[in-house]
Design a protein around this ligand. Structure first.
Ligand code: ZN
Length: 335
């Protein structure tokens, strides 16, 4: 079975099945709330051979079983190489073990390249194996590089026969307008807090409220942070540890997460300096800045540092410098 059973997707899925007029839908909204899962559910439903109109996939017909086993001949999932294995795993779909990296071979790409789209076009032109539909899911659609997106345009506009598309995107503004305009938009907003908390509780997440706030209300991200070992207590302790210049507060974290956490902290401190509550941290966890100016300067420095967060030359020195910078900015803002 798919692990894509996120309870807050039921209503958007029903809505999408009822309202879909186009052969191409674009699921769009913030990351960490299930766009890929919704696109996959749509695909399974379009392929299901035993459902009433506008109903989701039955889950037990021959097509649904093929789908769940990851071997449906009329389904294609197009993702960047760098995402493929982990995303397939999180969806419960089988995947081929990537070959051991060969000497001189480039790292898996974060882009969807034109070669992948060309393979897809062959699938698009073939006859549907089971005669119900053929479905392509593309995630994240903004990963299509320019050449790949252009190669896709004609098929997206005039798909042959039974072909349908479900694109999913965290950043639909980054899509080529020509791609966007060929798709029916399907917004997927943040789930309601109660539904998100209930789901996190069902996954055994302690301190779910704090982690959900920490992620700006994105339950999948909160679960991922929990699984990576972050606790609510550690998150709430972070602002004051950083203000004291404790590098150890962040030294176990991967560089992109360090930047992300510091940007959330900076954002909340700017809000506090304007007398507003924080968004990502509890009120009691945050120092009380009196001036915004040093924080705004820090924010600009963080944005510059974020460009190198994927591969700093020396991660521990880089984190030390960021913490020192944070300590200085927070101290200046308190005066
Ligand atoms: Zn079915």
């Amino acid at each position: 079975m798919l692990n894509a059973d996120l309870p807050w997707l039921q209503a958007p899925l029903a809505d999408a099945l009822a309202r879909a007029r186009s052969h191409a839908l674009l699921v769009q909204g913030p990351a960490g709330v299930g766009q890929l899962e919704l696109a996959v559910k749509l695909a399974q439903s379009w392929l299901c051979e035993n459902r009433a109109e506008a109903q989701p996939a039955c889950g037990h017909c021959a097509s649904c079983k093929l789908f769940a086993s990851g071997t449906h001949p009329d389904f294609q999932l197009l993702m960047p190489e760098a995402l493929d294995a982990s995303a397939r795993e999180s969806l419960g779909l089988p995947f081929e073990e990537p070959d051991a990296p060969k000497a001189g071979k480039a790292k898996p790409s974060k882009e969807i390249k034109v070669e992948a789209v060309r393979n897809l076009l062959a699938f698009a032109q073939a006859t549907s194996a089971r005669g119900k539909a053929k479905v392509v899911v593309i995630f994240p659609a903004e990963a299509l590089n320019g050449i790949a997106a252009n190669a896709l345009l004609k098929t997206l506009e005039e798909p042959s026969g039974l072909l349908r598309f479900a694109l999913a995107s965290h950043d639909s503004a980054a899509l080529l307008p020509t791609i966007r305009s060929r798709c029916q938009p399907l917004p997927l907003p943040l789930p309601e807090r109660a539904a998100a908390l209930a789901w996190l509780a069902s996954k055994g997440v302690d301190g779910a409220e704090g982690l959900l706030d920490a992620t700006g209300g994105r339950p999948q991200q909160a679960l991922a942070w929990h699984e990576a070992g972050l606790t609510d207590a550690a998150w709430q302790a972070l602002p004051k540890r950083v203000a004291r210049g404790e590098v150890a507060a962040l030294s176990d974290w991967a560089p992109p997460r360090v930047i992300d956490a510091l940007q959330r902290l900076c954002h909340d401190l700017v809000r506090r300096s304007h007398g507003r509550p924080g968004q990502f941290f509890a009120a009691a966890s945050l120092p009380a800045p009196r001036r915004a100016a040093p924080l705004l300067g820090w924010d600009a420095e963080l944005r510059r540092a974020a460009r190198h967060a994927d591969h700093p030359l020396n991660a521990s020195l880089w984190i030390e410098a960021l913490v020192a910078q944070a300590q200085t900015a927070i101290a200046a803002a308190a005066r």
